[in-house]
Design a protein around this ligand. Structure first.
Ligand SMILES: Nc1nc2c(c(=O)[nH]1)N[C@H]1C(S)=C(S)[C@@H](COP(=O)(O)O)O[C@H]1N2
Ligand SMILES: [Mo]
Length: 406
């Protein structure tokens, strides 16, 4: 019989300090055993998420909402999707947090403490829609690698912070500035300190918009850790990957930013349509900028059963990247005919808009309700999946819910 191997003294001392409490029977602890108390708690309680959220990955943490959970006009934290490329930082030293503006095209590098950012610059609050560029990826065929998002990688929260423009102007921008790129503190999955999990950015025109914020509050409170506490770049209407969490440095570049996930096929789509599965060379791929027009029915939940003769009030949200949604329609006959929904104006530019309609059904039976938004330039959502692309981005197909009348 093999003797049970117990833990050594040094290892015991190390885990005792990690646990923060004496391990009473520590001398009989088997070697290599991970204490329950040191295992990750379940992500729903760790990140304060609703149990209806769907976990897609635990390393890194990725979690999405379901359509009916996104019913609020301003999305509460518990229904906000989580997307990480690396490890969520631990032990953030908020008191000593600084933001540095640097890069080839800054007049002089400048570092600000959080307190300086808050007191020196005017604060602004906007509702901003953030959607992962890969939202809807699960429907592409041939399938694309990556998180298989369905429809839940989108939200509209209220962000408070200072304008990136004000801070950049304070540091001074040179005439040759073309792009900004963010650098954050999250570690690469490999824990290699030389590697950043993601460092994206935006052209100066987007960086200088009124609504592009360096935010420290989400929905009136400190930003939750997993969403970028204590400082986050927020650029509504563009792929949410532009909105760097845990930002520590913004570089003003004299060329397109070239950090991880800015180059190759990351967050890029073929500049011209390609056949599904076709190989696309790097030079034919273009960076995703404004997200396309899209909508989501958030009430009722798909699968609802209603009684015959009753009208059904449906509602949801629609958004269109940099543009506004100017028309919202629904269909109960698989897109053969469309009826108009009421659509509200956005709370501010780049916030999603709320729609509603009262739907009548001619008789008992199975129906689907499809929703279709049209942006201010006349582009409508495609009824079925849009152009295939190698990484499965930008699926803005009409959303469908099933209803039984009976
Ligand atoms: N520092 C950092 N910022 C990041 C990411 C990341 O992994 N690290 N992921 C990006 C991507 S791809 C998305 S979709 C959004 C997700 O934001 P959320 O977790 O608040 O939903 O954050 C972006 N900002
Ligand atoms: Mo993303």
């Amino acid at each position: 019989m093999k003797r049970r191997k117990f833990i050594g003294r040094t290892a015991l001392a190390a885990i005792t300090s990690a646990l923060g409490s004496e391990i009473v029977f520590g001398n009989t602890l088997p070697d290599g055993y991970t204490l329950l108390g040191l295992q990750d708690p379940d992500p729903f309680s760790m990140f304060n998420k609703d149990s209806g959220m769907v976990l897609l990955n635990d390393r890194p943490w990725n979690m999405e909402a379901q359509a009916h959970l996104l019913d609020d006009k301003v999305t509460p934290n518990k229904y906000i999707f989580i997307r990480n490329n690396g490890l969520v930082p631990e032990n953030i030293d908020v008191d000593n947090w600084t933001l540095t503006i640097d890069g080839e095209s800054v007049v002089s590098s400048k570092t600000y403490t959080l307190a300086e950012l808050k007191s020196k610059f005017q604060q602004h609050t906007y509702q901003l829609t953030l959607e992962c560029g890969g939202n809807g990826r699960s429907e592409y065929n041939p399938p694309a690698k990556g998180n298989q998002w369905t429809i839940g990688a989108v939200y509209c929260a209220e962000w408070t912070g200072v304008r990136l423009r004000d801070v950049l102007e304070d540091a001074g921008i040179r005439n040759d500035a073309v792009y900004i790129g963010y650098h954050a503190i999250d570690e690469h999955l490999s824990r290699d300190p030389e590697k950043e999990p993601i460092s994206r950015g935006a052209p100066m025109a987007k960086a200088l918009q009124d609504e592009t914020l360096l935010a420290f509050k989400m929905n009136g409170e400190d930003i939750p850790l997993v969403h970028g506490h204590p400082l986050r770049l927020v650029a509504g209407g563009w792929p949410a990957s532009v909105s760097g969490k845990w930002v520590q440095r913004i570089s003003v570049r004299n060329k397109e930013h070239d950090g991880p996930k800015m180059t190759g096929d990351a967050y890029r789509v073929p500049c011209n349509p390609v056949a599904p599965g076709e190989k696309v060379s790097e030079k034919d791929m273009c960076i995703i900028e404004s997200m396309p027009v899209k909508s989501l029915i958030t009430y009722p939940k798909t699968g609802a059963i209603i009684s015959e003769g009753k009208k059904l009030n449906i509602r949801g949200h629609a958004w269109a990247g940099e543009l506004e949604v100017s028309k919202m329609e629904y269909s109960i006959d698989f897109g053969a005919t469309w009826k108009v929904c009421t659509i509200e104006k956005p709370a501010n530019r780049l916030a999603w808009q709320h729609f509603s309609a009262q739907v009548s059904f001619p008789k008992k039976g199975y129906y689907e309700i499809w929703s279709r938004a049209t942006d201010s330039q006349g582009t409508a959502q495609p009824m079925l999946i849009p152009g295939w692309n190698p990484k499965g981005y930008l699926n803005n197909a009409c959303q469908r819910i099933a209803i039984k009348v009976g």
